[in-house]
Design a protein around this ligand. Structure first.
Ligand SMILES: [Zn+2]
Length: 553
């Protein structure tokens, strides 16, 4: 009888494909699953008893922003502690490559203070160089990169608001080609953010045709997720259709101000699928987001230096123009701005304001009552006082929509978070990103165990084999002989997301600093243990995954 290196024994095995669990043993050797057999039958040099627990593929988080934070924390603490073994990066049009000398400042401004961290060397320019820099220091998780349309556009024309000329478009196509050849899984857009919001549908279709040559993916933070959500979903579907590429609609919950429930945007996806178009969706289950208040300003202003923004807001005429522009929302701004547009000031709770600390924990409505000023002016005043450092929690998603999305078979579960750690730079100041710590455990705890919206096997499918299929990763996200051993062992009874702070928020904010969840007992990446109970083992077995080139274009 063969003695394997490692056997996970007596577990309830969930294969990731949506099948109910079965009792079994699983053997791992040289990074891969090599045998699956009835419980109690396999022998291993090392044997971990998984009795009473589930064994499943590690979670593949198809929508993250770990592009730079994985360089700062290569252990990938918050990811592996919640059972994620692969992060897809480069989402919402943002990737740190390609970049050129002339536009490095713009890219750094977009990424914010993390771009100044010593671990973020910016030694790369081309996409391949970035992936090499990432791999060379070791990784706690696997990384699957997308290339951001915003990065391509910045490299060609900075944050210019104009349409791309023929020459500029050709240059963007060439940079995209280079990134896809280096192994990017596809192209992402962020059509509410600068500079993506300045691009026409035709510009994206033209780039999409390059992606088609590599059988890549189009992932989009669509052009408005509130009032214009249906038009924006239709645009994403049109881009996929005309370019001939599959579409992934990112974090597709309707935000406050949308005219419909999620079932309406999902119907467009269903119709496209009925026509034979490959369109899928992801979503996270958090109802809030905590951006800088400056991100609520019109796109052409939000990335300017704080001093410039303050000067604009101090000028009464400019201030009223900006206010008008926000309310009109002609170039749809990102989701949270719906709360400004519709005057939902009680749903915006101040999280961080170093120059006016007395407001932290209060809503814009409450602060405005105390100050005796109009809430819109209060919002602007807090920016004048704190610059880009003013941050608030925006409660902008209705949980009904989260349930609708969770149940839909074409929707997978993503975090929209990033690698964080409760120590070091990534914890200072503490960012409000409960999704980064507790997305997957939170789904299992709340929506599978406590108030079932999904069966366990369906939830696991949406976190494993489904995103793997979307990415074309045929040997990950499943428990099967020959697949890479990205595996977790968890206890559903003990599962607890400890990074929660539900609306209405209580102050002092609960669960600060963010904490790791409970119930994920072991995590293996490429067959190597990275989480052992409460501890990170320090191992860095992750790899940068590169999209397989099927035919030399
Ligand atoms: Zn996004």
């Amino acid at each position: 009888m063969t003695t394997y290196d490692l056997v996970l024994a007596n577990g309830r095995i969930l294969d990731g494909c949506g099948n109910p669990w079965f009792w079994g043993d699983l053997a791992i050797q040289e990074g891969r699953i090599v045998d699956i057999a009835p419980a109690g039958t396999l022998q291993g040099k090392q044997r971990i008893d998984a009795a009473g627990r589930f064994i499943s593929p590690g979670f593949i988080d198809i929508h993250t922003h770990s592009d730079l934070s994985i360089l700062v924390n290569r252990l990938a603490e918050s990811a592996v502690r919640q059972g994620a073994t692969t992060h897809v990066i480069g989402n919402c049009g943002m990737s740190p490559a390609p970049v050129d000398d002339a536009h490095l400042t713009e890219i750094c401004t977009q990424w914010g203070p993390i771009s100044d961290q010593p671990e973020v060397s910016w030694e790369w320019r081309a996409f391949d160089g970035y992936l090499r820099a990432m791999q060379s220091g070791g990784l706690g998780i696997n990384i699957a990169p997308l290339v951001g349309h915003g990065a391509l556009r910045i490299a060609v024309k900075g944050l210019d608001e104009g349409a791309a000329t023929t020459t500029e478009l050709e240059r963007m196509k060439a940079l995209l080609d280079e990134a896809l050849l280096a192994g990017a899984f596809g192209l992402s857009t962020g059509l509410v953010y600068p500079p993506g919001c300045y691009a026409s549908t035709e510009e994206i279709i033209a780039l999409g045709s390059v992606v088609a040559r590599y059988h890549g993916l189009y992932a989009s933070h669509i052009r408005g997720e509130r009032e214009t959500i249906l038009e924006a979903v239709a645009e994403a579907i049109r881009i996929g259709h005309e370019a001939g590429i599959p579409v992934q609609i990112s974090h597709n919950a309707p935000k406050f101000g949308a005219p419909c429930e999620a079932s309406a945007n999902l119907r467009l996806v269903e119709e496209a699928r009925e026509r034979g178009q490959d369109v899928t969706v992801d979503n996270d289950v958090h109802t809030d987001l905590a951006p800088a208040l400056t991100h609520g300003l019109p796109q052409h202003i939000q990335d300017r230096p704080a001093g410039e923004i303050s000067a604009l807001l101090r000028d009464p005429e400019k201030r009223s123009e900006i206010r008008k522009e926000i309310v009109e929302d002609r170039k749809p701004a990102f989701g949270p701005v719906g709360l400004l547009k519709h005057g939902q000031w009680q749903r915006i709770t101040m999280l961080h304001a170093p120059k006016s600390p007395e407001v932290v924990g209060e809503t814009i409505q409450g602060i405005s009552n105390e100050r005796g000023s109009d809430p819109f002016d209060t919002y602007f005043d807090l920016i004048v006082e704190n610059g880009h450092e003013a941050e608030a929690i925006f409660d902008y998603i209705d949980e009904t929509n989260i349930r609708i999305l969770l149940k839909h078979p074409a929707v997978m579960i993503s975090s929209d978070g990033q690698v964080l750690a409760p120590y070091g730079f990534l914890n200072d100041p503490i960012p409000y990103q409960p999704c980064s710590y507790g997305e997957f455990p939170g789904v299992l705890e709340r929506y599978v165990r406590d108030e079932p919206v999904l069966s366990l096997q369906e939830a696991i499918r949406k976190m494993t084999s489904f995103p793997a299929q979307r990415l074309g990763l045929r040997d990950r996200g499943v428990i099967r002989s020959g697949a890479w051993a990205d595996i977790i062992v968890f206890d559903l009874e003990r599962m607890r997301d400890r990074a929660t702070n539900l609306y209405p928020h209580s102050y002092p904010f609960e669960n600060y600093p963010h904490q790791y969840p409970e119930g994920i007992d072991y995590v293996f990446v490429n067959g190597v243990m990275v989480v052992n109970g409460e501890e990170h083992t320090g191992a860095l077995p992750g790899v940068v995954l590169r999209h397989k080139i099927r035919n030399e274009p």
